[in-house]
Design a protein around this ligand. Structure first.
Ligand code: GLN
Ligand code: ZN
Length: 774
């Protein structure tokens, strides 16, 4: 076994945001895609960003030459980086390889984005975060071979600048555990069965990194914490044992840090990694307890992930310090302070937020502030607690200030929440509701509708920006939006839809719009976080008790309703989704925060009803994504999440039709929860799975109204009347006719008008054909 080449530093972060403080990478990459910048320019911008990151991290106190600075840059996605490096490029993109088989930038981007009929790699959520990775496709035919020297080049680039960095790469077990079988694979093929073929390529990669000057490498293995992957935790732990036994024995490699954030390692994986011939192990101590002593730790450095990589709070630094003390008792040879995950999930720097309330800002820690926290803890580990008494005391003072600051706790909000009883969560008998709604709405069989948004055209975005800059007065902007709504309403009447929407032109984003109109939220100027590829979002910060100072959507919905005799859907975002797409306070259980949002929405629904809106949709697309990774945590989550939706909607009259929308088709674990939401009508994604989900719905015994999306809005393709009628035919064959709704998969905001109008016309025509046949 090799000795470590150097000791591990006393503090590190597991990764840093890579999009740039002002989203420089987004602009550079998109310019390259658009053909307005060449590859050399793109590479130069990327190199400049990497250099700026290294210099920044060194200025914040991480060492230049002790491997404490991670190299976690990515042009698009870290899972795709690893897949491409080991040659796992689907066959349909094979022609894009260089003559020598290497996978260059164009092949990399084309696989991420697709080309012509060649569909891109699928994208899905990275564990329980809002980040989406590209799903590798691996089959029995995949030939693994080292196909990119990018990681090694980045190590050498840093070296030339005087930095010894620690390259961060998704590890072999996680790469395979997150992959899906290629389309040509035999049924039931498991990519994990290719582990032994993959390991020699990782070994070769490690030698190349060593040759380029890396002393440490970080292999990310978060699959080893998850209970939500197809592979069982015991199977994954066994794979990890085999993988690191093989990678660890080789001599010409950097020392290995295996990092497993996002939750606690499974006990099997903890035991396996402790025994493996690797030099260091990073674990998440923000979720779950400090694990028990197991054999093999005495030869390892343990990096305690005590600084939360996923929230924006300054948090309790003293408690983090104490956790490191507990960790030092499990018998590792060394202890180091770290973040729980990569910092890719948080914005760069609180100092970039000049418009934020100063007091609120003092409670926050974005990436740079978290680096400083790690550096302080590392100093404490070397020099003792007294050496960091000051930063610990400052963090504690900020925390105490936050506890007592106005707005954090609002007496009226708390008093209302305290007297809720089970009746506040019950809407009453479903059949009675159906009867009341049928009488009120008199809809045809197979009612047609859309999910809410209509295309957000350049005109709309420009008007919003001009309004933001003060170039368009409030009145002018209001008039612009009313015209837009009137246009969308007329269009829907012309197309012949049954339940109309106002089109959501007034919303920049389905969560931020509500955050801007509720007390308890703050919005940032530069708080961008990568969502996928070149896309970033700016989550709002939910810092205080939530209340609704005034109605939010009522004026828009009633204006839209005044233009038509058809029912106009009121359109709200549900409490779980508002929480999931914001940075949420960490000083009370999520369920309490969700109920505060729910009460605000409940009041909004009452006001919509009062203004004559008879159909109200409460979107919960994030219900599935917040589901905890650990099976044991899931029931409690489903209890509060479903409860908050019910609290929001249960005040509606029986004759008011409550809709909800969820945009994914993996219903496995949540189907019962969806039923428990007790909405009158639920629209879901179904087109991409060719309606397979209809069988699942039937099997689950779900009996309420259901709109399995009949066309995929993620692509500009116009579905034919025939294919929509097919899917619809399948739905009416398997589900009670009176319960089936007809709608697209999701909102239309990312589509253009040409394909939207053509698709909706086909949707109505297909519906008429199916109506005539039943
Ligand atoms: N009502 C929203 C829209 O149509 C729903 C979006 C979503 O589900 N992500 O845009
Ligand atoms: Zn959706």
């Amino acid at each position: 076994m090799t000795e470590p080449r150097s000791t591990f530093p006393h503090g590190t972060i597991l990764g840093y945001p890579r999009i740039g403080r002002r989203r420089e990478l987004k602009r550079a990459v998109e310019a390259y895609w658009a053909g307005t910048a060449d590859a050399v320019t793109l590479e130069q911008t990327a190199a400049a960003l990497r250099r700026a990151t290294r210099e920044r991290l060194a200025a914040l106190g991480l060492g230049r030459d002790d491997s404490s600075i991670p190299e976690s840059f990515s042009f698009y996605d870290q899972v795709h980086d690893a897949a491409v490096t080991v040659g796992a490029l689907p066959e349909r993109f094979a022609a894009l390889r260089d003559a020598d088989g290497a996978i260059g930038l164009d092949a990399y981007f084309t696989a991420a984005r697709g080309a012509g009929d060649d569909a891109p790699l699928e994208m899905t959520k990275w564990f329980d975060t809002n980040y989406h990775y590209l799903v590798p496709e691996i089959g029995p035919e995949t030939v693994f071979s080292l196909s990119s020297d990018r990681f090694a080049r980045q190590v050498a680039e840093a070296k030339a600048d005087g930095f010894t960095v620690r390259p961060v790469i998704v590890g072999p077990v996680t790469l395979l555990a997150l992959a899906k079988a290629t389309y040509s694979s035999p049924r039931g093929f498991d990519p994990l069965s290719r582990l032994d073929d993959l390991l020699p390529v990782y070994a070769e990669l490690l030698s190349a990194l060593r040759a380029a000057g890396a002393e440490w490498v970080q292999l990310d293995e978060p699959a080893l914490v998850s209970e939500s992957l197809p592979a069982d935790p015991a199977v994954l732990a066994d794979a990890a044992a085999r993988a690191y036994a093989a990678l660890g024995v080789r001599g010409d490699r950097p020392a290995i840090l295996v990092a497993a954030g996002y939750a606690q390692l499974s006990p099997e994986a903890w035991t396996a990694l402790a025994a493996a011939p690797i030099e260091a192990l990073a674990i998440d101590l923000t979720r779950g307890a400090v694990p028990e002593a197991v054999p093999g730790l005495d030869r390892k450095t343990l990096v305690g992930g005590v600084v939360d990589g996923r929230n924006v709070w300054r948090g309790d630094l003293d408690a983090a310090w104490e956790r490191l003390q507990v960790l030092s008792a499990v018998g590792a040879s060394e202890i180091s302070a770290g973040t729980s995950t990569s910092l890719q999930h948080v914005p760069h720097d609180v100092a970039d937020e000049s418009a934020l309330d100063e007091r609120l800002a003092s409670w926050l820690a974005f990436a740079d502030q978290k680096v400083a926290q790690v550096v302080a803890l590392a100093t404490g580990l070397v020099d003792g607690r007294e050496a960091i008494a000051e930063p610990l005391a400052e963090a504690s003072a900020a925390l105490a200030d936050r506890r007592t600051a106005p707005g954090v706790r609002d007496g009226a909000v708390r008093a209302r929440a305290a007297v809720l009883d089970s009746g506040d969560f019950e809407r009453g008998d479903y059949d009675a509701r159906v009867a009341a709604q049928d009488a009120e709405l008199a809809l045809p069989v197979l009612p047609t509708t859309t999910i809410g948004s209509f295309p957000q055209t350049g005109d709309i975005r420009r008007a919003r920006a001009r309004h933001g800059r003060g170039e368009l007065s409030a009145d002018e902007y209001q008039r612009f939006l009313r015209d837009e709504i009137a246009r969308v309403v007329t269009l829907q009447e012309d197309i012949g839809l049954d339940v109309l929407v106002h089109g959501e032109a007034e919303r920049n984003d389905m969560v931020q719009y509500f955050a801007e109109n509720l007390d308890g939220f703050a919005v940032t100027e530069n708080g961008w976080v990568q969502s996928y590829g070149s896309r970033a979002t700016r989550p709002s910060i939910l810092w205080g008790d939530v209340a609704r100072p005034a109605p939010i959507t009522v004026a828009w919905s009633t204006f839209a309703q005044s233009l038509t005799d058809k029912p106009m859907k009121g359109m709200l975002t549900g409490p779980v989704t508002i929480l999931a797409w914001s940075f949420v306070r960490d000083d009370q259980p999520l369920g309490e925060t969700a109920n505060q949002v729910a009460l605000a929405l409940r009041d909004e629904i009452a006001d919509l009803e009062g203004a004559g809106i008879r159909v109200i949709q409460v979107d919960e697309p994030a219900l599935r994504e917040l589901l905890p990774l650990k099976a044991a945590d899931q029931p409690a989550y489903l209890e509060w999440s479903v409860g908050s939706f019910r609290l929001a909607t249960a005040g509606a009259a029986q004759a008011t039709q409550v809709h909800t929308h969820l945009c994914y088709s993996e219903f496995d674990v949540v189907i019962d929860a969806i039923a428990a939401l007790d909405a009158d009508v639920t629209s879901i994604e179904a087109a991409r799975s060719r309606g397979e989900v209809i069988g699942d719905i039937r099997a689950s015994g779900f009996t309420a109204g259901i709109g399995p999306g009949v066309y995929d809005i993620h692509s500009p393709r116009v579905p034919s009347v025939g294919e929509i009628a097919d899917l619809l035919g399948r739905a009416v064959a398997e589900l009670p006719l009176r319960r089936v709704w007809v709608n697209p998969d999701c909102g239309l905001k990312t589509r253009g008008y040409d394909e939207t109008v053509a698709s909706l016309k086909n949707l109505v025509e297909a519906t008429e054909a199916v109506r005539a046949s039943v």
